[in-house]
Design a protein around this ligand. Sequence first.
Ligand SMILES: Nc1ncnc2c1ncn2[C@@H]1O[C@H](COP(=O)(O)OP(=O)(O)OP(=O)(O)O)[C@@H](O)[C@H]1O
Ligand SMILES: [Mg+2]
Length: 776
Amino acid sequence: MPSNLPSPLTSFIGRQREIEEARRLLANVRLLTLTGAGGSGKTRLAFQVGAAVLSEYADGVWVVEFAPLSDPHLVPQAAATALGVPEHPGRSLTESLVDYLRARSVLLLFDNCEHLVPACASLADALLRGCPTLRILATSREGLRVAGEMTYLIPPLSLPDPGRLPPLETVMQYEAVRLFAERAASHRSGFKVTDDNASTVVRVCRRLDGMPLAIELAAARLRVLAVEQIAARLDDRFRLLTGGSRTALPRHQTLRAAMDWSYDLLSAQEQALLRRLSAFAGGWTLDAAEAICPGDGIAAADILDLLMSVADKSLVLVETRTGEVRYRLLETIRQYGGDRLREAGETDTVLGRHLEWYLRLAERAEPELRGPRQEAWLDRLEAEHDNLRLALEWSGARTPGTDAQMRLAGALRWFWFIRGYWTEGRRWLEAALTRRSEAASTALARALQGAGRLARFQGDYERARALSEEGLAVSNRLGDSESRVWFLISLGAVELHQGDYGRAAALFEEGLVLSRALGDKGLISMALSDLGVVARIRGDFERAEALLGESLALSRTLEDKWRIALSLHSLGMVAFRRGEYDRAAGLFAESLVRAGQVRDKWIADDCLDGLAAVACARGHYEHAARMLGAADALREMLGYRPLANEHSDHDRCVATTRVGLGDAAFTAAQAAGRTMTLEQVIADALAAGESLATKAKSAAKPTEGKGAGLLTPREREVAALIAQGRTNREIAIILVITERTADTHVQNILNKLGVGSRAQIAGWAVAHGVHTLSAD
Ligand SMILES: Nc1ncnc2c1ncn2[C@@H]1O[C@H](COP(=O)(O)OP(=O)(O)OP(=O)(O)O)[C@@H](O)[C@H]1O
Ligand SMILES: [Mg+2]
């Protein structure tokens, strides 16, 4: 079942009634908001409900995490990222989301809406109005106040009556006691609730109002304190807060008191670390904490120990999701830490270091985004996206007169472009440009490049031209030939999109001459590829192939997968124009795989169109119609404008296929294509392309056949990747499938081949000549 529900770090206790209740309510309302004080278990319950109803939503349950965001503008972007919905020029992200969700059966989990209530409410409202089958389960300390919303105040964990203590086995049925017992045992192994300590444990749980977070914080102290000591100290603190009276505190104060208690028990160093950690948004890595949190008696070398020691106290979560270790604070604790940071007067210093660190990260990533380690760096920036946003925001607000925001935004321009954060990226870049303080700097040139490119891709040619012209002036003033080439090519691209091929070619030529003089392979490859496109459009195929071939060769030496995908697609177009359909299909399919590797959808979309055109030209109309449907859906989501010349190709292909199939069959096949996942589409396209490749290969290499037939084309693809030493996770990324699907494929291959290890699969693949199917 498709979903991004995180796998829980700790056991889940009880809540059967609440889960049933939430399911019942969700069946009757379209927006259900779980409300309650911080730390009362809203998020945990929502995830559990999401898992329980997973099978009821054909298109999955998707968590949209709002906790790390502070900018309400990013609310729709967070939903789009969770669902993988890209941008659409001329349409707001909310509209793109509506388009995407309209015909799907999805449950969205809006998690931690409280600090962005108006923005979350208006997104929920727009989505529910536009998408009849959508349901939303939200968690928030207060309701969203949207028409049709139902709020459900979640109760505390169940507790025994204070008056008389029931027998031990009954006590153990109460949720609060079970949570305490489980967490306690994880901090002190062998801990058990017994007849001797049961009344004290109940007293603690009662003191803490059955609030899960508070109970976890108290239980975490068992490593050094006895239950009796914990109870006594909590009593003291609460008596202080209630002025000695026995009345309970309001719920939110209970937790506040529990957190104060827990915080006060920390050493001064641990306290300083915890409050400084609150500066991170969306988690952090050890090296970041070591750079940002030292000071006042804490050295970088102390951070790891201190971190482990606050994690032991359940104040920090440790996650190892993508092979790397990341740390995180629960939202309530992060806010608490933020308050303490402000009180300590450290906010500016810590956020200043935070900015410095993420600026350095972005600037280190910048040159890597066009080379062999592109995917890893894109993923790294993606993992730090919320921290980068925070740094962008903070640098914009706090540091007038410096170019930190401009440098940061400029360094991130490729990340935003490739990963499809077009609107957001443009907004940051334009904001930095408005706030500029210098007439000419490298940072300014980069920001102009980024803003100009994104404007062009969104079809805002006027702005794109203005930005590139200004960029040209800036690079002249700087004497920076490299960025001069950039802007020449950018201006050429604007001309190309607007149909002035003569001017476009002249600008690309000028860029090529200059980049050759500089000896910069990346720039040369770019200029060649753009010139190749012009030659192709003009029908000069010989020249187009020569230019594009040289560009491809350069990209291969740079190992820039994104640009390799781009060149392969362009070469595919030339082959198609020449009537070499087999070659065209092979090139489009390889480009599609490459685009999938860097998770670019823009090139993928063009490849689908190309594959549709090939199928159409061959008279395989049903396949063509499916590809057209898939390409349309992707294009609508992505919303970029193809070149006018290519658009008429697309229209011709649609017309021919429609005639070839007949209206009804065409509509049906196209509709089938529209609902295919990208994974299915690629499999479909590759199956067609691959059967050709296999045919060609078996002519040349008679040994392949036999054993290879055991496996499906997709399994052979997986076997080939195993032979290349790829992990399942990498295979999943390359083939644009889930890791779980990759696991299943590997298991099937093991079964079919009757072997027991990956090494044997690799050996088999090499022996049967299928190990290079998707290699370069
Ligand atoms: N039923 C449960 N079983 C086990 N642990 C729980 C349960 N409910 C909550 N917890 C734990 O209590 C802590 C707080 O829960 P959670 O984050 O869900 O609270 P919340 O209401 O969403 O808080 P916030 O308002 O800060 O977002 C977490 O560590 C969570 O794992
Ligand atoms: Mg929460």
